[in-house]
Design a protein around this ligand. Structure first.
Ligand SMILES: NC(=O)C1=CN([C@@H]2O[C@H](COP(=O)(O)OP(=O)(O)OC[C@H]3O[C@@H](n4cnc5c(N)ncnc54)[C@H](OP(=O)(O)O)[C@@H]3O)[C@@H](O)[C@H]2O)C=CC1
Ligand SMILES: Cc1cn([C@H]2C[C@H](O)[C@@H](COP(=O)(O)OP(=O)(O)O[C@H]3O[C@@H](C)C(=O)[C@@H](O)[C@H]3O)O2)c(=O)[nH]c1=O
Length: 297
């Protein structure tokens, strides 16, 4: 059993990760900005407020709690916000990560950093862990810089990259592609959905299990943990409409060019997850299986 400190625990990925880690018998120190927003009160979880941009808050928690591992989820994760607030995004996504790596070194904690497909430029698609990085957004640039810092850590480290994470959104949390599509279709709302961004969407519970496997097996290095099937958001919507018995005609099939967004999105990402399947025993569920389960409520 590990004693794991999770940053970004109030976030979409963090909430699920805290639950999965405790269900797997680990003791979790959940940290986030301000009061806890953990959706589920779980035994074995302690919540401690900590702003990662305040240098000594996390350091004091690590000093007193002595975790065996740190999973760093906290980030400015909205791509457009990162593009518009570049200094703040760098402060949160890069400088705070650098300080946390130093804290991990001081207390000999295994360090796991959660990263993104947006470190790639989207030309090739189906990226392996060996492919060259070339981000086209400031968000992706900050994650690339943070990855480079993590790789200098003098403690065992892992980088888990993931892609278009979906599931039921938490109240007050960020929406996810799945909940956004389902809610629009269910409400009979017209929506514009892109059909030229290729992803391997990742069920948030599969991601949390993948992170737990890396931690439990103390696997170091870079790991691509995502779904196995390629979808565009439009094709996800078609599947959801079909399963929910809703009108797919509510979705207007558009290209990414029809959106004027501050942050560029890579066209073709998605991950080749053979390494995680072979070496971790990671096995994501199919989109149809998960969507049916989520729609059944
Ligand atoms: N969602 C996705 O599709 C993908 C996510 N990722 C990565 O996964 C990680 C989690 O993402 P996700 O859960 O979706 O994003 P969220 O935005 O839901 O969660 C990020 C969390 O980080 C917290 N945070 C931000 N700034 C600070 C700070 N200064 N101090 C403490 N906490 C802070 C936020 O707090 P608050 O809630 O108070 O704002 C939030 O709870 C991120 O590193 C992201 O880059 C990677 C690929 C895909
Ligand atoms: C809002 C909106 C989104 N979409 C599509 C575009 C995109 O492929 C998908 C999600 O859109 P968003 O703008 O929410 O997310 P986006 O910023 O594209 O997603 C990214 O988030 C960060 C954290 C990551 O690390 C990336 O892996 C990726 O998941 O939904 C539409 O088709 N129509 C819409 O109206």
């Amino acid at each position: 059993m590990e004693k794991i400190l999770v940053t970004g625990a109030n976030g979409f990925v963090g909430q699920e990760l805290v639950q999965v880690l405790t269900q797997r018998g680990h003791s979790v120190i959940a940290t986030g900005k301000g009061p806890t927003r953990l959706a589920v009160e779980t035994n074995g979880v302690r919540y401690v407020a900590a702003d990662i941009t305040h240098p000594f808050e996390l350091q004091a928690i690590i000093e007193s709690e002595k975790p065996t591992a740190i999973v760093h989820c906290a980030a400015m994760s909205q791509v457009d916000e990162c593009e518009q607030k570049q200094k703040e995004a760098h402060n949160i996504n890069v400088e705070a990560t650098a300080r946390l790596v130093l804290d991990a070194e001081e207390h000999n904690c295994f360090f796991l950093f959660v990263s993104t497909d947006f470190v790639f430029d989207g030309e090739k698609g189906m990226y392996t862990e060996e492919d060259d990085l070339n981000p086209i957004s400031w968000y992706g640039q900050t994650k690339l810089e943070a990855e480079a810092i993590v790789q200098t850590a003098e403690v065992p480290w892992a980088i888990v990259r993931t892609c278009l994470v979906y599931g039921n959104a938490y109240s007050h949390g960020r929406s996810t592609i799945f909940s956004w599509l389902r809610d629009n279709l269910k409400a009979g709302r017209h929506c514009k959905v892109v059909d030229d961004q290729f992803r391997t969407p990742t069920y948030v519970n599969d991601l949390a299990i993948g992170i737990a496997l890396v931690l439990e097996q103390r696997k170091t290095g870079i790991w691509h943990i995502s779904g196995e099937e390629v979808f565009t958001p439009y094709r996800m919507g078609l599947a959801i409409a079909e399963m929910g018995g809703w009108d797919a005609g509510l979705m207007e099939r558009v290209t990414a060019a029809s959106f004027t967004q501050p942050g560029k999105r890579p066209a073709k990402t998605g991950f080749d997850i053979q390494k995680a399947k072979k070496e971790l025993g990671y096995q994501p569920r199919s989109f149809s299986q998960v969507a049916a389960q989520l729609l059944a409520g």
